[in-house]
Write a protein that binds this ligand. Sequence first.
Ligand code: MG
Length: 304
Amino acid sequence: MKSKFFIQHGMNLHARVLAFLAVLAMTSYSSSAQPPPAAGAPAAAVPAAPAEHIEGFKEHLIAGSKWYQHDPDRPQPPVVTPGAAFSQGAPPPSDAETLFDGKDLSKWQGSGGQAANWKVQDGYVEVSGRGDIRTKGKWSDFQLHVEFSEPNPPGNLHGQARGNSGILINNMYEVQIGDSYQDKTYPDGQAGALYGQMPPLVNPAKPPGEWQTYDIIFEAPRWNATNELVQKACITVLFNGVVVQHRTEFIGSTDGIGGGVNYRGVSKYTQHEPPVFVQLQNHNANPVRFRNIWIRDLNLAERQ
Ligand code: MG
């Protein structure tokens, strides 16, 4: 559009100004139509990022909660950068029982009672695709220290498939282990979660390949003489020195392990004696590494 078609000889000044503004407006409008970008030029418009997909399920509500088990919409715990080290690499307290010092698995056995046969090397033990391993000893109420390292690189794996393992107390109560560093899953299934029950308060995960710590304080459930549950299992978890569970009560066995609740099943308690073992999970042979594992018996019953 050229101004010569609008601004003509013989117009007075007022008419010329109006005609000029009209041409300016038309020019401006027409320029809003985007010409095709020149070769090599950056795209003019940035497409909106696709909505993030988080795996999960909405099958049944968790007892006492407004959230579904494995609910993908449950709020993601805030990310916290942990301190460089907390109890990591520290020697055990004098009254602790060392469960793994980097050399052998003499304090452990397979879940069927056979010899524990995960691979021990260079001061750590790695999940070796031969089932879970559990302690030979049992404790009712304890403080447990575990260090673990997630597979690095993680490969093209995400969510539950990424570095999944777990601390399976009595093969009934799972504190989830997984690679939750810059990777999301249903919050009640990320690292530091009580699996299928309670997400961690925050997410202080370190990158895969770095050593991380769990310091766990567990109190076993109790039943009275008439087999009534009088004390639920209760747990406090520090993940890389950051509290992620604070006296959280299990609502029963967590789902998907050996506690009698199928994956995505409704958690429930099954009566058992207070002394419990500690089991490390082999989940699809994800090569998670462990080191520096020790436990302290809290002897709580003796104080009551
Ligand atoms: Mg697990």
